[in-house]
Structure formats: structure tokens, C-alpha cells
Design a protein around this ligand. Structure first.
Ligand code: SAJ
Length: 409
């Protein structure tokens, strides 16, 4: 069984490595020459717990990285599926392009597995027509499968091994063959269903989380308006056996939870009131943090944003991914108020310069600051809270404990 993984990003790379390290013959393909060259030089392209060891093991077992698509029995396509900012609908162009190039090389009877998250109906609306336009028939010449990923950045390797998975296929026998491929490493339950159910299930999972976080964020606003402690209230409410409220925070980032619910809003605009309201609440949080920061600055007599530092640029703790991050959203909002670059910004996980005012060491960051807005709860800070000293802190992640000068959302 030969597998060609198409797209070596946050999902494709760990998946390709995991298959190779479990004895499957794998080629990883990406059109980005630089990325392929980096992998071939023996370096990984992003930081993730356990990834380097897995990478070394997969290389020893013969994984190949190339920019070319290869003849294979199974193709696992894990390319980005962004959404169109205006229509809110999925932009399937990367998936479609990958399927087209796959069809140029794939042998008769090959299985095309789409791992990228897609909105319900995408396979029917956009992928099947590509196959038909080539004079091929889905279900006989090539087989279509949707096997959405579920792994969480920060714990990807572990979750690849132990999470349950969903496989959607037209033909249950093909679903079973794909189950065998994933079962080479996956120790969780693997559910085989039809394609549309798999598409919808994936989007539903991330939308559920978005709504739960929006509820927590709305509670934070209610509690703030009347001096109640939202974290204590959620902690106690969650002792109820059937309540599990997530944590309020400075917003929802990443390329999954802040994106996937829009697919439903885009496709079902008249049926998605709760979902679009949740999106709006989560998107309002960076501005809520700004308003809270300016309130605290007034109360503490801090008169210049140059005395205020923003800690954390990534979308969550202990990852290097800054896509859609609440801090970037907040800085954009500050830019609209003509104060971009007014505050110092630091993130130990982001080495390149991505925003104005960014510094690259904790010492440089803390020097001369009166106030810190903690946007991300990286372990670097969580494990060294003494670094904050006597400064005023706006702790949007509730990691800094309590103190006279520690303010919460
Ligand atoms: N966040 C909160 N409060 C919380 C939890 C998260 O504000 O209580 C914020 C985070 O800080 C972050 C955002 O939400 O900005 C999303 O982070 P996350 O850790 O909840 O999720 P992702 O985006 O890293 O990964 C999600 C996961 N989906 C679910 O948990 C349902 C993961 O399993 C999926 O594989 C991934 O999306 C994906 O690729 O779809």
C-alpha cells in the first residue's frame, strides 16, 4: 500500500510522519519548494511537542518529501480550506487544485481521501465535478473519501494516536480500506459513515466549541458589568455533572474554530442565528480587552501606551501559530484607532518580526513597563509568574492568580 500525502502543513506533515513511522510506504508532497527543501535537509517546519522525534523516526523508515505528486494507492489531501470573508462560504480552490493534480497521476482504482475540513456538500458540489470533467467516474475509476482531522495543536502527536476518527465514504468497502490505513497508527475508534455526514460532523464539532466559548465570553461581560468573578462562577457551575463551560478569553483564533462556523453561516444564513451570534461575541473580545485595558490604565494612572506591554501573539498557549490570533485582531483594531505600534509586544514562540513594537526577549519586553496585558498563557510565563513583579496586569487568560494589581477580563 503506497500513500501520497498532499499538503505538508500542520495536519499533513504529522499525518505523513505517523503513517511512515508505522511502516506505511509514504511520500509527502507539497508545492512549496522551500518547505520541501527544509524537510529534506532534516529539519521540521513548525514546533510541536513530539514532532521532531516522530520526524527522525519517519526519515529512518524511508519517508520521501517532494514537490511532485506520485502514483499511489491512497492520496491523503490536507490543504487549506479558507473561507471567503464576504460570502462566508468555503473557498475550495486549494482542494480542487490538489484533486486535479492528483487525477493527473493517480492509477485506476486509487482512493482520494480529503482530510481538509470542508463544509457539508463540498465534495458533491466541487470535488465530484472535477472527477467527472476528466471523464472519470467516482466510485469505479477513483474513490472519494472524506476523513476530517481532529487533532489539536499543542498535542497533535498524542491525539493522532488516540483520538477517535470519522471516515465518510460512498462505498462502505472503500471506507473499510481507508480505516485500515488509519488503523496502522490510530488506536481510537474509527467510525465509517457517508461523506456528507462526515463533512457536517467535523464542522459541528468546531462550532459546538465556538458556541461554548462564546457563552463563557458573554458570561465574562455580564460578570464584569456587576463585579462578579466569572472564573469562580464557571468553576463552581462545572461541578454540576452535566455542565461543562469553557473558559472566557481575549477571543478565538486559529484556523479552525474561528473559521468553520462561518461555513454554516455562509450556507444556511437564515438558519444560523445562534452560530453567527456566537461568532460575533467571540470576535468582539479583542475590543473588549482594549476597553478593559484603557479602564485599568485610567484607574492606575498609567497615561501612556508605551508603558503597556502585550504578552503573546499566537492564537493560544505553547504553539507558534499566529493565524487569526486575538492579539493580531486587537492590534488591527488599535491600528484603526491610529495607535498601532504604541505598545510593546512579545511572544517567546514567534521569532520573526510580524508586528510593530515587537521585541524578542522577556528582559527587553519587561524593561520599563508599568502594565502587561497577558493575551496568551504560554508556559514561559505561567511557570515564572514572579517575572511580572509588581506591575499592573490584565490577565485575560486567568493564569496569573490573584493580587491587588492583577485584573481579570
Ligand atoms: N479558547 C478559549 N477558551 C477555551 C478554549 C479555547 O478562548 O476554553 C480559544 C483558544 O485560546 C484559541 C481558540 O479558542 O484562540 C481555539 O483553540 P482550541 O484549543 O479550542 O482549538 P484549536 O483551534 O486549536 O483546535 C480545534 C479542535 N477542535 C475541537 O476541540 C472541537 C481540534 O480538535 C481540531 O482538530 C481543530 O480545531 C481543527 O483543525 O479543526
Amino acid at each position: 500500500m503506497k500513500v501520497n500525502v498532499i499538503g505538508l502543513g500542520y495536519i499533513g506533515l504529522p499525518t505523513a510522519l505517523m503513517l511512515a513511522s508505522h511502516g506505511v510506504e509514504v511520500t509527502g508532497t507539497d508545492y512549496n519548494k522551500e518547505l520541501v527543501a527544509t524537510l529534506n535537509s532534516g529539519r521540521t517546519t513548525f514546533s510541536e511537542k513530539g514532532l521532531d522525534d516522530l520526524f527522525d523516526d519517519a526519515r529512518e523508515k524511508g519517508i520521501v518529501f517532494t514537490t511532485e505528486y506520485q502514483p499511489a494507492d491512497v492520496y491523503i489531501i490536507s490543504v487549506p480550506t479558507p473561507y471567503d470573508a464576504d460570502s462566508k462560504k468555503i473557498d475550495p480552490s486549494y482542494v480542487v487544485a490538489a484533486v486535479e493534480t492528483t487525477l493527473d497521476v493517480c492509477p485506476e482504482g486509487a482512493i482520494l481521501v480529503i482530510e481538509s475540513t470542508v463544509s457539508p456538500g463540498t465534495m458533491d458540489k466541487f470535488v465530484r465535478p472535477v472527477i467527472e470533467s476528466r471523464g472519470r467516474t467516482a466510485g469505479t475509476d477513483v474513490h472519494l473519501v472524506h476523513a476530517p482531522e481532529r487533532i489539536i495543536p499543542g498535542n497533535m502527536v498524542n491525539e493522532l494516536l488516540y483520538n477517535n476518527r470519522t471516515i465518510g465514504a460512498d462505498d462502505p468497502a472503500v471506507g473499510e480500506r481507508v480505516r485500515e490505513v488509519y488503523a496502522s497508527f490510530c488506536q481510537g475508534d474509527i467510525e465509517v459513515t457517508d461523506i456528507c455526514t462526515a463533512e457536517m460532523t467535523k464542522v459541528v464539532e468546531n462550532t459546538f466549541r465556538d458556541i461554548n466559548i462564546a457563552f463563557a465570553n458573554e458570561l465574562a461581560k455580564i460578570c464584569r458589568s456587576d463585579g462578579m468573578d466569572v472564573h469562580e462562577i464557571i468553576r463552581i457551575a462545572n461541578k454540576h455533572p452535566r455542565v461543562n463551560i469553557l473558559s472566557p478569553g481575549p477571543g478565538v483564533g486559529g484556523h479552525c474554530i474561528s473559521v468553520d462556523p462561518w461555513f454554516l453561516v455562509g450556507d444556511y444564513p437564515r438558519l444560523t442565528n445562534l452560530i453567527s451570534t456566537a461568532r460575533a461575541i467571540n470576535d468582539s473580545m479583542p475590543d473588549f480587552v482594549l476597553a478593559r485595558a484603557s479602564e485599568i490604565m485610567k484607574a492606575e494612572g498609567i497615561d501612556s501606551p508605551s508603558k503597556v506591554g502585550i504578552y503573546g501573539l499566537t492564537y493560544k498557549e505553547d504553539v507558534d501559530d499566529i493565524r487569526e490570533s486575538p492579539t493580531l485582531q486587537m492590534l488591527e483594531s488599535m491600528g484603526r484607532h491610529l495607535c498601532a505600534g504604541a505598545c510593546r509586544v512579545y511572544d517567546p514562540w514567534v521569532e520573526s518580526d510580524v508586528v510593530p513594537g515587537q521585541v524578542h526577549s522577556m528582559e527587553e519586553f519587561l524593561d520599563g513597563l508599568d502594565m502587561i496585558i497577558v493575551m496568551v498563557g504560554h508556559s514561559e510565563l505561567k511557570d515564572n509568574l514572579a517575572l511580572l513583579g509588581q506591575r499592573v496586569v490584565l490577565d485575560t487568560r486567568n493564569i496569573c492568580g490573584v493580587g491587588e494589581r492583577i485584573y481579570k477580563l
